[in-house]
Design a binder for this molecule. Structure first.
Ligand SMILES: [Zn+2]
Length: 177
């Protein structure tokens, strides 16, 4: 059962566009909480997040108010102000140390926290060169020096899915798709 869970999570984390997930070379595929819950504000599905992710990313004053960092969920809906929630506790951008790049008004709109890829940088690449090597760059750096998504990325997981989506959206926006 445990093996099954880990396998599920690896697939989840390492987006289907990448067939090269090597768990020895980076730690983004450490098992993430498998549970899903619906965000009470936007009604979209949200993924569980590890306590250690919150421990690194939440402001100290927010942490002081919380009894426990366990059992929170991450809402990635761009238009939803909720970043993390548990029961009746809602945490927003104000509670988080880094800018949550996937939310609508985020500036910079960071998509890869380990190697600092933002939607702005991807857009600049696409405007100037018609292409971006964001994915190649991230994948190469995941092998060496390795990534720390679980403590740097607000989602606590691998960014490749988000980066792929961002590139697609920006290409469409620029008429390159
Ligand atoms: Zn939400």
């Amino acid at each position: 059962m445990i093996t099954f869970n880990i396998k599920q999570n690896q697939q989840d984390c390492c987006d289907t566009t990448t067939q090269s997930c090597d768990t020895n070379s980076h730690n983004c595929c450490t098992p993430q909480p498998k549970s899903k819950e619906v965000c009470p504000k936007c009604n979209n599905k949200a993924k569980g997040v590890l306590a250690k992710t919150l421990n690194t990313l939440l402001k100290d004053e927010t942490k002081e108010k919380l009894d426990s960092l366990e059992g929170f969920y991450y809402c990635k809906t761009p238009s939803c102000e909720v970043v993390y929630f548990k029961d009746k506790t809602f945490l927003t951008q104000d509670d988080v140390k880094v800018v949550v790049g996937l939310k609508d008004s985020a500036k910079p709109a960071t998509v890869c926290y380990c190697f600092e890829w933002t939607k702005e940088k991807i857009k600049e690449d696409l405007q100037n060169n018609g292409k971006t090597d964001a994915l190649e760059d991230i994948k190469a750096k995941m092998k060496d020096p390795g990534c720390s998504c679980e403590i740097l990325n607000p989602s606590g997981g691998c960014c490749l899915g988000d980066v792929t989506k961002a590139i697609k959206e920006i290409k469409e926006e620029l008429g390159l798709a």
